[in-house]
Structures are given as C-alpha cells and as structure tokens.
Write a new protein. Structure first.
Length: 164
C-alpha cells in the first residue's frame, strides 16, 4: 500500500510528484535567500465575488512592504519581494511601479486568474498553489490574510524552518 499525504488527493499525487520540476526548475527565476525576501500572498478572485469589504487594493499590500524595507536600515538594493496571487493583474500592477535597480519583484506570470471553481480544481490550479506555497515558505517575512487556509499552511511550514 502506498502512502499519500492526506491533504493531496491520491489521484493527483503521482502527477504532482512526476511534475515537481514545475516547483523547483524555473528558468529566469532566481530566489536568493541570502538577503531578506518579503512574500505577499494576495487572495483576490473569491474576495471580489464573496465580499467587497474583504477586498484589499494593491496599494495596501505595497504600503506594508515599503514600510518594512524602510525599517530595515541595512538593506541592500534590490529589495526583493515575492508575489503570489490568484489574480495575474496583481503581479503586473506591482511590476509596473517597482523596477530594478531598487526593486526585484518575483512571481509567476503563468498564474492565471482562476475565478471559477473548475479552474481552481484543475491540475494547473494545483501546480500554481503548490509552487506558491513552496516559495512563500522560503521567504523571511510574509503578508497574508489570517483567514486564508493558504496563509495558515505557509505559517505552519515556516514554523518548522524557523523555530523561533
């Protein structure tokens, strides 16, 4: 009998394992953990549908990581931010305003906006969320909504890597 983690459906697990290069082998994606990396997890598509009050504009997230880097007095440029979102326009908006040499904005352009449940439950949806979890957990600091299960998982993974 094979072991499968309870969180991953057994039918999808072999595909995920055979395709784990989608998580770790990305050309043109360098994740340098030797300097502070700030992660942002923005869950937006269901917020638009569910409740307008819980929707946060791009500026709200940007303000937090700008203040964070101002507090770090000895930071070196470029300031590195990893963006994970289910809305591809979120990453594009931030990349328009924050560019090299002062900022290095990391994220995956391949994350498409997945507004309906069918897209979220597809193989692409699973790969996108696993990839985002993998890189967000490697960040030094993360902004995310505490009501999000994705955020809870990120914090659980980070707790095993950084015990204090």
């Amino acid at each position: 009998m094979k072991f499968y983690p309870k969180a991953v459906p057994s039918l999808r697990f072999p595909k995920l394992c055979s395709n784990n290069s989608c998580v770790t082998d990305h050309k043109n994606f360098t994740f340098d953990a030797s300097r502070p990396v700030f992660g942002v997890q923005a869950r937006r598509t269901d917020k638009i549908i569910e409740a307008k009050k819980s929707f946060h504009a791009t500026d709200e997230y940007v303000h937090i990581f700008e203040v964070f880097f101002k507090i770090l007095e000895n930071h070196q440029d470029p300031k590195t931010v990893f963006i994970a979102s289910d809305d591809h326009t979120f990453l594009a908006d931030i990349r328009k305003s924050y560019k090299l040499p002062s900022w290095k904005i990391l994220g995956f352009d391949s994350n498409i906006t997945m507004a309906n449940q069918g897209q979220r439950n597809s193989d692409l949806g699973l790969i996108s969320i696993v990839r985002d979890l993998y890189f967000l957990a490697k960040c030094n600091f993360v902004i995310c909504g505490l009501s999000s299960n994705v955020c809870r998982m990120i914090l659980e993974i980070m707790a095993t890597q950084f015990p204090n």
